[in-house]
Ligand binder design. Sequence first.
Ligand code: AMP
Length: 548
Amino acid sequence: MSLFLNLAQLGEQLAATKKKLEHSALIGAYWQQLAPPELAPASRLLIGRIFPESDARTVNLSGAALQRVLQQVAGTPVEWSDSAVDFGDAVAQWLTARGWQPHGAPLELLDVYHAYEEIAAASGAGSRTRKDELLAALLQRASALEAKYITKQITGEMRVGVSEGMLLDALARNTHIPAATIRRANQLAGDVGVVVYTALVQGKAGLETVGLEVGHPLKPMLAQSADTVADALEMICPPLALEYKLDGARLQIHKRGETIKLFSRNLANITASLPEIADQVRAEIRARDAILEGEVIAMDPHGRVLPFQILMRRVGRERNVAAMQQEIPVKLFLFDCLYRDGATLLDQTNTTRWDALEEIAGEIARVPRRIISTAAEGDTFLRDARAAGHEGIMAKQLASPYTPGERGKAWLKLKPVTTLDLVIVASDWGYGRRHGWLSNQHLAARDETTGEFLEVGKTFKGLTDAEFKTLTPQLLELELRQVGATVYVQPQVVVQVAFNNVQRSPQYKSGVALRHARILAFRPDKAPNEIDTVQTLRAMLEREEGNP
Ligand code: AMP
């Protein structure tokens, strides 16, 4: 049986090189040391995932819980070193500085994995204490390096430079199984762990038996962005289908006879939260077995679309379902058919799949759709979608197959770019070319409940040299204190910020962080108490994670 330390050491080796071939060789050598039952968990842990994507369990431990338990185990509060790049790194540096020594038997990989399973299983009254105890027992036995990786795994931030795609490439290199076979099996299985295990233990033949199974969710196909209908027409050869992009929650619907399962975008089983949708599917769908996709939105009794935040009070929430059904009515719109009575339709064209959907959908609504070949037709459709209160439109190549889990060009989303108005609460002195300027801006959103400004990201991107030069004295006038190279300022300078997406953050008190933030403009017309709220960002995060 393999020690957890081996995985931690591999993480360090992987992080130390950017060369793909070296990554692949290191991972291949590691797999060889493992016993078959260790292959799947070790492979998931390597990319910072504890459970398969198609498994709804989570350890559900916040950054605060980790800090609390670390303090309990080590006797003093965690101190952050300035040089720490993430939470895991900070924990390791802090334990090392304190001369930390683990107690008890060395941790095996499966000891750690089973502890994660027990932590995930703790629920109900007393679960917080139980989770803390389990984590404390684990950390007692961990060296500083192992604690670093436990922290990384719990927070889902491995940052060793290996993504799911790279792990699968390494698998192809080490087994000589074609990358396409591996990718397809992964799309259908929704679990890299199973794919690695099957490839290494059963080989190519085994992987080929991984197929679409009704009741077992597969990864949803994703969309790239396009700015205008004209751009979409350039990216996708016309004719193409345009569909309303509804601002709701994606549903993958599995029907096997009378048994209906509803899965969210992140493959969680959310059937219990939407019983009326399950009933409707059972009653309407004209096929014994089917896998369908659609978007569920909240609608008031007059047919007006309700905001996403309201819908989120229903999706995945299993308490008071009957009362919530009254309070927040939902409506399903279908847009794809992946399987129908024994026939897998993934490799069929979008047109064929839409036709299959039309045949079996019964009285269930389909998303409004139009086949277009000119930008003018598309612009009208986009205007209609917006006028009806929807987010934008999707453009879909009529000839394209359904490629699970892939963000290709066959589906494009057209929606307005989201920006946020945030306030600068601190700024770091620059170095190199930016020496003498306050260059890295700490951006904060407003906490609606407490009125506090909570950091959600940092950026030095988007400002011109001239802007840095005028901003620096302006910020110095607002200075509250300096800590190291960081000047904390009164929250007064409001900026409009673009970003790629929102992610969970254990470091920030707000719990959320913007990825690839860049400043687009100063907003002197906006007061700090008018800026966007932490609650808005959390709702965005939920949407991005396809939560529940
Ligand atoms: P985004 O979340 O911005 O990447 O946009 C993709 C999401 O839009 C999908 O995951 C669906 O939840 C949602 N969506 C809304 N309407 C459609 C549609 N007609 N076709 C596909 N996805 C849709």
